[in-house]
Design a protein around this ligand. Structure first.
Ligand SMILES: NC(=O)c1ccc[n+]([C@@H]2O[C@H](COP(=O)([O-])OP(=O)(O)OC[C@H]3O[C@@H](n4cnc5c(N)ncnc54)[C@H](O)[C@@H]3O)[C@@H](O)[C@H]2O)c1
Length: 474
């Protein structure tokens, strides 16, 4: 039997420790973490304990870990957006095969530098475009490749960010301000642009519009204080009231109310509508107990101590208790990108942060059939409506294959593919080279939005890639 791939982790936060590293615990025959770099002492210790990493292989920052030149194959770089290029370039230069979180970089020059370094060093640089590894998008891609829909004429792809996820990540959280991390079209939609590129090929030209319309001080309810916990007069009527999101966990329970598992659905309803009864019954009903003990995302982001007391303290003093109208946010809450493809087809990407439900929906109109799809964590369906026969085929790609969690199975699929690419020299779908195009599209879309221009992608690509020059793959 082959040995597990040995890896180091740079950044033991939400993605590194909680989304990808569990793969090593579930598949010890495939992957083993031997060292970690993480400045936050609690996170570092927690990760080291979970993966059996000795003190001498725990580091406070990536530089010291890379300098050790450990004789292991792989490095995962899971730091925040602005700290991707330096550690990933250093890891490639040190000989590691690298898995890097998206976005590759917050500048085009950074993206180009990464592709160049990977190709010069001959190392794998795989980007975490997790959607390509989710069964839903694999099946969608296979349908398009099969030609069943005929020639694709036009596509609408929507990224419906829920009102509460928008508030969590893009108003109060890490990706609220484009100068601090990334513009939203890069942070959120490089995945969507990657899927459109994968399915439809290259874009000839694009334009984009959008703005931050709602989460602004002038829209605050009269008398709203800086923090929800400071006696907000709108507490009862504001959907973003932080204790409702992080203490009562209303949005998570609303998702559980749609679960295919009857007991889980029933438990969520009870907790939402009769919390006192639910508390009394919790020991009798495992789904209730699980829901009340839940400590994962997004709770794990707001505090290290996710107990009720810890969460209240985080809301009183940390960023996630801020009024959504009084944050230092500037990223858009709605943006559209219109794409004219080299094939002659058109596509529109709609992204917004005001959805009742989190998920992507899409429609592909071809000369032989129309495809409609919805990709929610708890429900994934594709329908093919055939023009000739009038028949409708309904496909549920994730049923029985993927869990509801982790991008519909994409997180674990990505890890499996990475291990295969490192150990068995398998093909990686999302190499840095393959991922460059989605990043180019995102930077172009942001430029088009800000300057009200139409961008010709051939010229844009050429100027971006020639300065510095990027040779085409051999
Ligand atoms: N693929 C996806 O679908 C997806 C989803 C969400 C986020 N992301 C991306 O994942 C990345 C990480 O996001 P996150 O939510 O895990 O953030 P996070 O803040 O939870 O984790 C980042 C970790 O890096 C650590 N860090 C900071 N400086 C460091 C250093 N010098 N050396 C080593 N570690 C250091 C931080 O302490 C933190 O624990 C971001 O780029 C984000 O855009 C990707």
């Amino acid at each position: 039997m082959s040995q597990p791939v040995e890896a180091i982790l740079i950044g033991a936060g939400n993605r590194g420790a909680d989304s990808y590293a569990p793969y090593a615990l579930a598949h010890p025959e495939d992957l083993r973490f031997v060292a970690v770099a993480e400045p936050h002492p609690v996170r570092r210790a927690r990760f080291a304990a979970a993966h059996g990493i000795p003190p001498e292989l725990q580091f406070e920052s990536w530089e010291a870990l890379i300098a050790r030149r450990l004789p292991v194959a792989a490095a995962l770089v899971c730091t925040l957006d602005t700290l991707h290029v330096e550690p990933a370039v250093a890891a490639l230069e040190a000989g590691y095969e690298v898995l890097l979180e998206k976005p590759m970089a917050t500048t085009l020059a950074g993206c180009v530098q990464l592709v160049q370094t990977a190709e010069r060093t001959g190392r794998l640089l795989q980007i975490c475009h997790v959607l390509r590894y989710a069964p839903f998008f694999t099946v969608l891609h296979e349908i398009l490749e099969s030609g069943r829909l005929g020639e694709i004429i036009t596509v609408e792809h929507r990224e419906n960010v829920s009102y509460w996820h928008m508030a969590h990540s893009y108003v109060r959280g890490n990706w609220r301000n484009s100068a601090l991390e990334s513009p939203m079209i890069l942070a959120k939609c490089c995945h969507d642009l990657d899927i459109l590129f994968w399915n439809l090929g290259r874009t000839a030209r694009l334009s984009s519009s959008g703005a931050l319309m709602h989460y602004r001080p002038e829209n605050a309810p009269p008398g709203a204080p800086q923090r929800c916990t400071d006696g907000c007069p709108a507490a009862e009527t504001c959907p973003w009231y932080a204790p409702r999101l992080y203490i009562e966990m209303q949005p998570l329970l609303q998702i559980a109310e749609r679960s295919p598992d009857l007991l889980e659905r029933w438990g969520a309803k009870l907790l939402l509508h009769h919390p006192t009864v639910a508390r009394g019954l919790r020991r009798l009903l495992p789904p209730l107990d699980r829901a009340m003990d839940y400590r994962g995302w997004p709770l794990s982001v707001i505090a290290e101590d996710t107990s009720l007391a810890g969460r209240w303290e985080a809301l009183r003093s940390g960023p996630y208790g801020r009024c959504v109208y009084h944050c230092d946010n500037d990223v858009v809450d709605h943006q559209i990108v219109t794409l004219s493809l080299e094939s002659g087809a058109t596509a529109v990407l709609v992204m917004h942060g005001h959805s009742h439900r989190e998920g992507r929906t899409m429609r592909y109109d071809g000369t032989r059939a129309t495809l409609r799809g919805c990709y929610y964590d708890e429900e994934q369906v594709l329908e093919i409506h055939d023009h000739l026969t009038g028949k409708v085929e309904v496909i549920r790609p994730a049923q029985g294959r993927a869990t509801a969690a982790g991008h519909g199975g994409g997180d674990m699929g990505l890890m499996r593919a990475f291990v295969r690419a490192v150990r068995d020299r398998g093909a990686a779908l999302t190499t840095a080279r393959a991922s460059l195009e989605s990043h180019l599209l995102a930077f172009a879309a942001e430029g088009a939005r800000l300057h009200h221009t139409v961008i010709e992608m051939a010229a844009y690509r050429q100027s971006a890639l020639n300065d510095p020059p990027l040779t085409s793959p051999g």
